[in-house]
Design a protein around this ligand. Structure first.
Ligand SMILES: Cc1ncc(COP(=O)(O)O)c(C=O)c1O
Length: 427
């Protein structure tokens, strides 16, 4: 048994990992492009970009070189009373990429904290202008992270169950489809009339952890518009969708009506460091630019705007231009679309969806519970790992979300493994 794997099992509790005495985590010792090399010499194609964070590939020489330089200049500095060039450059570039109407950003540590910041700022925005608005609206089936605020606006399910009594009140509306849209719109409008709603938070265009469910920009545009009509703030959680998951750099690039907040993380640093950004408009910023000390946003993390993380993000933004990332994503999307045509005719597949970097499909199962105790998920996961492919199904939803650097040969290997595993599946 591997030294690292056995010591790992003794010392470390892993995220979202059910305890099983017989299962060991695979020690990875090297990465290169879309490939991960394990200690025992086996190789894995990272078909899910290491939880949707990796954009240009593992151990990218350009990001590595930039980080080596940064290490010799400045590794970290307190971000209260001090600043540093990578943080300022990154703010300028991100705001440039996001475009109008975003004017400022707040740095934090990861996706959950980027969401947490948006939730807290939206509630405090109303307090600062003399209103008490304690509730938020979210979509059913949403996932916004694992800190308390982020959990509160996520779907109340088995993952959050032990904490339900500690979560603040959130109103849920169904995820919009062409079929249910009028119902969703009128449910939203009803809730907005209560005048105690601080904000409406949503994952734009794709609900990631909720099963890669997709919707249309035109529907979201209408929902945002009605929020604006009732003067309720809107928060786009782009933690998963940011950086080409939907085809464009941000999912909000597809929208005409822009939300008040945008939360970004995951692929922001190209997959190198945890870093969270919450971007917001001038209207929001102004309410916190007050002489009244009670109007200050009292929130911060020790590693806020870590210079290495900011430098990795800057290098990743440069690579987006240098490596034609948008074009590569278009190419992957076309390959996904072609592959989808073959998958949809498979008798075990009930639906196939594609958008940007994402190819997702629902596998027919007699287990109604999407995530919990659905044995199909574990069978599929193990079969993909056996074939050297990292795919973590979400219940009965199998998806591919590769780094943009993936080669055609690697993508075809993934599709072939998916066909093979599906063909073997006994229901
Ligand atoms: C939409 C969305 N928001 C927030 C998060 C939380 O991000 P993190 O895991 O970095 O805390 C995730 C993570 O998957 C996510 O998909």
């Amino acid at each position: 048994m591997s030294y690292w794997a056995s010591l790992d099992r003794k010392l470390i509790m892993h995220p979202f990992t059910r305890f099983r005495r017989e299962l060991l985590n695979i020690p990875v010792v090297r990465g290169e492009g879309a490939l991960l090399h394990a200690e025992d010499g086996s190789t894995y194609v990272d078909a899910i970009a290491s939880w949707w964070v990796n954009l240009h590939g593992h151990a990218h020489p350009y990001i590595n070189a930039q980080l080596k330089q940064q290490l010799d200049e400045l590794e970290h500095v307190i971000f209260s009373g001090f600043t540093h060039p990578p943080a300022v450059k990154l703010a300028e570039q991100l705001l440039g990429k996001l475009g109008s109407p975003y004017q400022q950003i707040f740095y934090s540590d990861n996706g959950s904290t980027a969401v947490e910041v948006a939730i807290k700022m939206s509630i405090q925005y109303w307090k600062n202008i003399g209103e008490n608005r304690p509730r938020l609206i979210a979509f059913q089936n949403s996932y916004h992270g694992d800190t308390f605020g982020a959990m509160a606006v996520s779907e109340r399910d088995v993952f959050t169950e032990p904490f339900h009594q500690h979560l603040f009140e959130v109103v849920y509306i169904p995820y919009p489809t062409e079929e249910n849209f009028n119902q969703v719109l009128s449910a939203l409008e009803n809730h907005l009339q209560s005048h105690d709603i601080a904000a409406f938070i949503f994952e734009p265009l794709i609900q990631g952890a909720g099963g890669m469910r997709m919707t249309f920009a035109a529907l979201l545009d209408e929902l945002i518009l009605v929020c604006k009509k009732y003067d309720v703030l809107t928060i786009a959680d782009e933690v998963m969708t940011g950086f080409f998951k939907t085809g464009t750099c941000f999912a909000i690039d597809h929208l005409t009506n822009k939300p008040d907040f945008v939360c970004i993380s995951k692929a922001l640093t190209g997959g190198y460091f945890p870093l969270g950004v919450t971007a917001f408009t001038e209207t929001i910023a102004k309410v916190f630019q007050s002489e009244n000390i009670r109007h200050t946003f009292y929130h911060g993390h020790s590693f806020t705007a870590n210079p290495l993380a900011c430098r990795a993000a800057l290098a990743s933004l440069e690579l987006i231009e240098l490596e034609y990332t948008a074009e590569k994503v278009q190419h992957i999307f076309r390959m996904h679309q072609q592959a989808a045509k073959d998958f949809i005719s498979h008798p075990l597949i009930t639906e196939v969806r594609t958008m940007g970097l994402v190819l997702a499909m629902d596998i027919q199962t007699s287990f109604q519970d999407y995530f919990y105790n659905n044995p199909i998920r574990d069978v599929l996961y193990r079969e993909f790992i056996r074939r050297g492919i990292i795919i973590r199904p979400l219940g009965n939803v199998v998806y591919v979300l590769p780094p943009a650097c993936i080669t055609d040969e690697q993508l075809n290997r993934i599709y072939a493994a998916m066909h093979e595993v599906l063909d073997q599946l006994k229901m």
